[in-house]
Design a protein. Structure first.
Length: 763
């Protein structure tokens, strides 16, 4: 069975390679004008870009005469509160272009300028909670990919990449661009300058896809220029309008040189203070307008924020996302398999490179000597390749009782996908290497995703996907394959999905995240989301999600969870309330460690839990969320209270307080006997985040966290000063205290002060 499946998967990978390599060269396609473009609806709106020379002062005022000459967009169309309606206030968007840059001007009229909701001023803060405008650019005109730029009335900027075929955005992408905003008695205004060197695009096009979305938070109103349909996300680039009149862009040499100087001083408990001064170097080179090559040397991630602490009361590892800039750039191209995520399987998880640890959290860093990456597209083929070499480290301390030697090793991944039909794709993924140095480590697989946003000639979305993977590594035995499928109907009124993920007992790729192996996971979900047009309730959501985890041969169940949410009301005020019930079962083959002192014996358990939650509207300066869960848990009970408070008195200051408390009682085996006795446990985590926005280019942030499992109090403090669009200064101060079981006093554990200065020269 396994050998047959391996041959089938190798055949699928070979076919994927053949389909990809059969694509004609991109140059020939561009010259002949034969490359496929996404077909647009006949009523797709068009905006003519206006050519300009000279200098535009980026102050958010739009005072230069050329702005008066430029064509403006037609009026936007609401999708909320009424689909297809007229917005309460007018929005105008104009675009200026020259061969080296694009400048977008926004005029957002508002008849109640005092009611404009704006809290954020920092870069890369998600702006969903406040007034803002989102700009989508489809620079390949393929309806599958794109860039996201957003700005709010305080000048806070957000950027990202379109992912999941327009279902979402990857906010980790960072580009060199500028933005400025201003306000007066008639509304707010903004200017955005985007150098073309910051974008990948298909050479020879004289038009791109463009979409605009404005959010007016106090009215809970959202309006769009194109694709004003509740079934479509704004990121769905197959439904954009057209930005016409583009010139032949000049990328120059396309070379970017970014050196960094990193100073660091730190001290561990009972050790002498250590200090050093080092360098890092990042180089990128555009290989034409649609391909980017990157090189990193002696890479340092001093500016990366620490992970948010989580309480784990399950027998499976927690997932922590990638936060390091080198791995985040172009990471969307490595996405593989419809429906795969941290709940079942992530075939390539870059946190496996350069980080090692006992669990996913609190991992120790392994220095990177050199890394290379290439990503982009050749014709209708998407290409991504990554290779990283890490340093040998002897005596790396993971815990006070765990010290390991990490060998010098090389790891990497290759991802190719071919666009087929109008919105679908077929592709392959391969990874190699192992951070611990285990030999013969590799994985490979193929995936196919069929997607349409015009189901049966209408405007509904349907996704269907299938995938398969195999892996090898020293010491792995058993079935080393994984495969699955998903059917997904993610629309506004009705949602439905069914999925299957089978993971062999020998499947454990070194560069993947696999919570559990030797299982067959079945998923079934659905939701009904009417908008009743009541005076108080804007939207009602009723949903059911069922996950069944069987043994890999489906002979018996290992665990299950059925979540039923009969009530989720979103009020016209923007407030939300939910009630849900969860039916769960688990058959752990060995004892389940709830805390360091409490473990539930192996056996068969089934239980019911209930939960209620409330969270306030985004438009208020003081907001928050509270959730309470209660009910059975294994052979006992568990009560969980989660709460957060968000206070934003102005764009200058943001204060957030987070807390979670778990209290329960289970029956355990008394040590040294077979007698079952009750045991109480309490697990808590607390955190505070303070952000001081001195300007859109200067922020100070503090994240302080404490949890009762590690008994550590940690503070991560960071100053970021963007002194130039191409340059940043980061100053970070980390301080950690600990309390032991035998000593209630706070004891010093460690501190560290990294300083990083970087600047990008473009040619």
């Amino acid at each position: 069975m396994t050998r047959t499946l391996e041959r089938w998967l190798f055949g699928a990978v070979t076919l994927a390679f053949a389909a990809i390599l059969s694509t004609p060269p991109v140059v020939a396609q561009e010259e002949e004008g034969e490359e496929e473009q996404a077909e647009a609806p006949q009523d797709r709106p068009t905006l003519q870009a206006h050519p300009f020379t000279g200098v535009i002062r980026l102050d958010g005022v739009l005072s230069e005469p050329v702005w008066q000459e430029a064509e403006s967009t037609r009026e936007l169309i609401t999708i909320e509160p009424v689909e297809g309606g007229t917005p309460h206030n007018r929005t105008e968007v104009k675009v200026l272009v020259n061969p080296r840059e694009i400048i977008i001007g926004l005029t957002c009229y508002d008849d109640d300028p005092e009611g404009i909701v704006t809290y954020a001023m920092a870069r890369d803060i998600e702006l969903d909670d406040e007034d803002h405008v989102v700009i989508i650019l489809d620079t390949f005109r393929d309806g599958r990919s794109g860039y996201v730029f957003a700005i709010n009335p305080s000048g806070s900027r957000f950027d990202g990449l379109v992912v999941d075929q327009g279902e979402d955005v990857n906010p980790a992408w960072d580009a060199i661009w500028e933005g400025a905003a201003s306000r007066d008695g008639e509304g707010w205004y903004a200017e955005i300058r985007i150098p073309v060197q910051s974008l990948g695009f298909r050479q020879g096009l004289d038009s791109w896809g463009l979409n605009i979305e404005r959010r007016v938070t106090r009215l809970l109103e959202t309006s769009r220029w194109a694709g004003a349909n509740l079934d479509y996300e704004i990121f769905l680039t197959s439904q954009t309008g057209i930005l016409a009149g583009l010139p032949e862009f000049d990328l120059g040499v396309g070379f970017t040189f970014t050196p960094s100087l990193v100073g660091r001083t730190g001290k561990q408990a009972h050790e002498d203070r250590e200090s050093d001064l080092d360098y890092a170097l990042d180089i990128t080179q555009r290989l034409g307008s649609n391909m980017l090559a990157a090189l990193t040397v002696n890479t340092d991630f001093a500016e990366t924020e620490v992970d948010l602490r989580q309480i784990n009361l399950t027998r499976f590892p927690l997932f922590f996302p990638e936060k390091r800039s080198f791995f985040l750039e172009g990471s969307d191209i490595f996405d593989f398999g419809l429906g795969l995520d941290e709940e079942n399987l992530i075939p390539f998880h870059s946190r496996r490179i350069g980080l090692v640890g006992i669990g996913e959290g609190d991992q120790a860093e392994v220095p990177i000597n050199v890394g290379g990456k290439i990503n982009g597209r050749l014709g209708s083929t998407n290409v991504g390749a990554l290779v990283v070499n890490t340093r040998q480290v002897d005596g790396l301390e993971l815990d006070e009782d765990v010290v390991i030697d990490v060998p010098r090793t090389t790891m990497g991944a290759v991802r190719l996908s071919q666009n087929i039909f109008q919105e679908s794709s077929i592709g392959m993924l391969a990874t190699f290497g192992d951070q611990a140095g285990r030999s013969e480590s590799w994985s490979a697989g193929a995936d196919f995703t069929y997607r349409t946003s015009e189901l049966a000639g209408g405007d509904k979305i349907l996704n269907v996907g299938a995938w398969g993977l195999i892996n090898r590594r020293e010491g792995l035995e058993g079935d080393r394959s994984a495969f699955g499928f998903m059917i997904d109907y993610p629309n506004e009124l009705w949602e439905f999905s069914i999925s299957s993920v089978r993971i062999g007992d020998g499947f454990d790729p070194s560069l993947a995240f696999v919570p559990r192996s030797g299982v067959h996971i079945w998923g079934l979900g659905g939701a009904f989301k009417p908008r009743p047009a009541w005076s108080l309730v804007r939207r009602m959501t009723h949903e059911v999600d069922f996950v069944l985890v069987n043994t890999q041969d489906n002979s018996e169940w290992e665990s299950y969870a059925a979540e039923i949410r009969p009530l989720h009301w979103r009020f016209e005020s923007g407030d939300n309330i939910t009630f849900d019930m969860v039916l769960e079962g688990d058959r752990p083959p060995e004892e389940v460690e709830i805390t360091d002192e409490v473990a539930v014996p192996e056996g068969e358990y089934e239980w019911k839990r209930y939960g209620v939650a409330f969270w306030g509207a985004d438009k208020r300066a003081l907001g928050g969320r509270i959730r309470y869960e209660w009910g059975d848990y294994y052979n006992g009970n568990l009560r969980t209270l989660e709460a957060s408070v968000l206070f934003r008195p102005s764009a200058l200051l943001t204060l957030e307080i987070l807390a979670e408390r778990n209290t329960g009682e289970v029956s355990i085996l008394e040590e040294g006997s077979e007698e079952v006795v009750p045991a109480d446990f309490i697990e808590q985590v607390y955190g505070t985040r303070i952000i001081l926005n001195l300007s859109p280019n200067l922020q100070v942030s503090t994240l302080t966290q404490y949890d009762t499992e590690s008994r550590e109090l940690g503070s991560n403090n960071k100053l970021r000063w963007t002194f130039h669009p191409n340059g940043d200064v980061f100053i970070v101060y980390n301080h950690n205290l600990i309390r032991t079981l035998n000593d209630p006093r706070w004891l010093f554990e460690s501190n560290q002060v990294p300083l990083k200065i970087q600047y990008s020269w473009r040619f």
